[in-house]
Design a protein around this ligand. Structure first.
Ligand code: F6P
Length: 346
């Protein structure tokens, strides 16, 4: 069997661990299986950029951040520089005799994968994203590593916040899902956690921070890039000609500084940005990536195409790509972690 593997969308810690597990599982179970890495996601499929993957080349990849295959978060063959290049992608598959494809990606890549599956391409998906927002999947690899970075940042910000009696505002990634800010904020002891799913009132936030500064001498705010104000507004910025969520940390800091500065409390902003996506995966993510990679190889062997691997009830299961495509998993109302945040941030 000849299998192609690609990593699509934004990178995250654990991608290489999945590549390693899939390759080892396929090559060790059947010496005749050939694994081809497709470079830079669907871009490599359109432009025919492939590289062989074999056991010796991947064995050492467990703790390596990024992806050895490269990735791209704007490479959609169905919308390729203003035209449909899906036929070119399929021609690459045909030319190399690839019989099945493993797509390691987030909601965007899995949605593209689902379109190819509908055209008859045998595909198995693996859910990847630091945002933890893939439908029907309780945990994507990369998320735990991102949360660890947020928790560490808040822990560091606490000491300097305390020394200066300041309010520190930390902005996290996550797009329209608040998982990173929620878990990172809880793990880092934030005094306020602001999410896209729970609109916040500036007056109430100011009052809470004033109280915290009076009680403990400082305060920490963990704000998701997609956090929503009470009037429904989110903060957008133009980057590379594209509107992206972000910048709320700075804007909020400015606003809070106006309000709290009168009482002598300074406010400072930190933007964590891509630090959340860089570096080695945590132990949890190494294990989850390995589980997903082995489960994907098993699905390939059983020809369970048109599915993505997902974690449900701490078991790797198979979910139809059609059930996941175009959907996002945000923090649902009443989630246990929201209750925890309500208690500890009150
Ligand atoms: O989806 C993952 C993610 O890191 C988001 O949390 C963030 O908004 C976005 O990607 C950043 O993308 P880029 O790397 O293109 O700036």
């Amino acid at each position: 069997m000849k299998v192609g593997v690609l990593t699509g969308g934004g990178d995250c810690p654990g991608l290489n661990a999945v590549i390693r597990a899939v390759t080892l599982a396929l090559c060790q179970a059947d010496a005749c299986t050939e694994v081809l890495g497709i470079q830079r996601g669907f871009w490599g499929l359109v432009e025919d950029r492939l590289q062989p993957l074999h056991a010796a080349a991947v064995r050492d990849l467990l703790d390596e951040g990024g992806t050895v295959l490269g990735t791209h978060n704007r490479a959609d063959p169905f919308d390729w520089q203003g035209r449909d290049a899906s036929a070119e992608a399929l021609a690459t598959v045909e030319r190399h005799g690839i019989e099945a494809l493993v797509v390691i990606g987030g909601d965007g890549s899995l949605t593209i994968a689902e379109r190819f599956a509908r055209l008859g391409l045998p595909i198995v998906g693996v859910p990847k994203t630091i945002d933890n927002d893939i439908a029907d999947n309780e945990r994507s690899f990369g998320f735990d590593s991102a949360v660890a970075v947020v928790a560490d940042a808040l822990t560091r910000l606490k000491t300097t916040a305390h020394s200066h009696g300041r309010v520190m505002v930390l902005e996290t990634m996550g797009r329209n899902a608040g998982w990173i800010a929620l878990e990172g904020g809880l793990a880092g002891g934030a005094d306020a956690i602001l999410l896209p799913e729970q609109p916040f009132h500036l007056d109430a936030l100011t009052e809470r921070l004033q109280r915290r500064v009076a009680e403990q001498g400082h305060a920490l705010v963990c704000v998701a890039e997609g956090a929503t104000l009470a009037d429904g507004a989110q903060h957008w910025q133009q980057l590379g000609g594209v509107a992206r969520l972000g910048g709320i940390g700075q804007a909020l800091t400015h606003e809070l500084d106006q309000r709290l500065g009168k009482q002598g409390t300074e406010v400072r902003a930190t933007l964590l940005g891509h630090l959340q996506r860089g570096g080695a995966p945590t132990a949890f993510d190494r294990v989850l990536s390995t589980r997903f990679g082995v489960a994907a190889a098993q699905a390939l062997r059983e020809r369970a195409f048109g599915h993505t691997i997902a974690l449900q009830g701490d078991r790797c299961v198979r979910v139809p790509l059609s059930a996941v495509a175009g959907r996002q998993r945000c923090v649902p109302p009443g989630h246990e972690l929201l209750d925890c945040a309500a208690v500890v941030c009150a």
